[in-house]
Design a protein around this ligand. Structure first.
Ligand SMILES: [Zn+2]
Length: 410
């Protein structure tokens, strides 16, 4: 199979799909359970059928296309990504991985390869979580990890519940448990995704073999002091929330640098209360986002920050609270599958590098339970979640070739 032909078909499919946006001319806006999603789903199901796959939509709005394997009893190989987008996003994030999964099925059929186990191309609903504020909805449904009542509780900006949006879309929230696959039925999950960062493009590498997906901790921190007159209160009699917090915030970046590797830590929001040009601030709130491949680091940095807050607030009789708002465990991707991907890159002469993923993906969700592998293709100038997002079609052609080698060797 000529991989340039793969690249051409992938480009054609992506061009077709780019029409299904709520913001034509201003990037891709395909929020879950909307008419744009419906149109994209119909397009994808048609492409899967044309590829000779048996297709269906599950109760969560996920789409599947099945190519039966030699051994139907064996745990299957699932390959895919998501088909929703962020508001004003690009034409590649998620959807390119779905199109590649369908192209993989075409290539397998054209080359007369029957995989050992069933192969399924998958398109997941609502990975981004932009409409209902959750994320990984489709992949969580497949794993049976949705919380009961979640669809009735989550609402969009207009107050429409997820359950109601599903109903308008022609699906029933009550049937969501049926989207879960029997334990052990999925043997491997494979995902091709754009990198969404500048590393591969900057290093001029054609492919990225993803080592793992970083875990994440988010906190809301409040430091409390005392409001006082900025002119009359001597420096040694203040309990200044800004000063206490700033001493700690200034160290957050260094803590991440010390941990090294993939670790990043960000204070993205800071707000003071009763702060004015002539008032010592009573309190300061800040956000904290820490990501790392190493679980120990995700435990250690927040503990260090807590200790530092304790020390600083004790000095002046202040106080603090530190509330965890999100916790996601890091996932190490399958070592044996990474080795096969790397071998294939070498044999086929594609330049590659191993790298971690700093963004979450369906692979992060699936990887909690299933043996998972992920390939990154370069994002031009690292741009993503914007209309400028671009990856050349040849990059997807190469990724499909390498993923095919993995499927054959599994
Ligand atoms: Zn994505």
């Amino acid at each position: 199979m000529n991989w340039m032909e793969s690249a051409r078909r992938i480009q054609e499919d992506l061009e077709g799909l780019s029409a299904f946006t709520a913001t034509p001319g201003q990037g891709c806006t395909r929020l879950p359970f909307t008419p744009e999603t419906r149109a994209a789903a119909d397009f994808l199901l048609k492409k899967m059928e044309e590829a000779g796959l048996e297709t269906w939509q599950d109760p969560a709005g996920n789409l599947f296309g099945l190519l039966p394997g030699r051994n139907r009893e064996k745990p299957c190989i699932l390959c895919g990504s998501h088909y929703d987008s962020v508001p004003g996003g690009g034409n590649y994030d998620g959807i390119a991985g779905v199109v590649c999964a369908i192209e993989l099925a075409r290539v397998l059929r054209e080359e007369g390869i029957t995989p050992d186990a069933d192969y399924l191309a998958a398109a997941f609903m609502d990975e981004e979580g932009c409409r209902f504020g959750s994320g990984y909805f489709g992949s969580k449904a497949v794993l049976g990890r949705l919380e009961p009542g979640e669809a009735g509780r989550l609402t969009d900006e207009e107050g429409i519940t997820l359950a109601r949006a599903m109903e308008r879309y022609g699906l029933k929230a009550g049937e969501l448990p049926k989207a879960a696959w029997p334990k052990g039925r999925i043997g491997h999950f494979l995902e091709i995704h754009i990198e969404q960062g500048p590393v591969l493009d900057g290093q001029k590498k054609e492919l990225g073999v993803v080592e793992g997906i970083v875990g994440l901790r988010r906190y809301r921190v409040a430091v409390n002091g005392r409001a006082d007159h900025a002119g009359t209160t001597p420096m040694d009699m203040r309990s200044d929330a800004v000063e206490m917090a700033a001493r700690v915030i200034a160290q957050v970046g260094d803590m991440a640098r010390e941990a090294g590797g993939s670790t990043v830590a960000t204070v993205g929001q800071v707000n003071t209360r009763a702060g004015a040009v002539n008032i010592v601030a009573r309190s300061l709130e800040f956000s904290l986002d820490i990501r790392s491949l190493q679980n120990e680091v995700l435990e250690e940095i927040p503990a260090r920050i807590r200790r530092r807050l304790q020390e600083e607030t004790e000095k002046t009789g202040g106080s603090f609270t530190m509330e965890e708002t999100l916790r996601i465990q890091p996932v190490e991707l399958s070592r044996p599958m990474r080795k096969i991907l790397e071998e294939s890159c070498r044999e086929r002469g594609h330049s590659w590098m191993a790298l971690p993923s700093g963004a979450g993906h369906d692979a992060l969700s699936m990887g909690q339970q299933v043996d998972t592998a992920m390939l990154f293709v370069p994002s031009r100038a690292g741009r993503s979640h914007c209309p400028e997002e671009y990856t050349p079609p040849e990059a997807f052609g190469r990724a499909v070739q390498v993923m095919k080698d993995l499927i054959v060797r599994l």
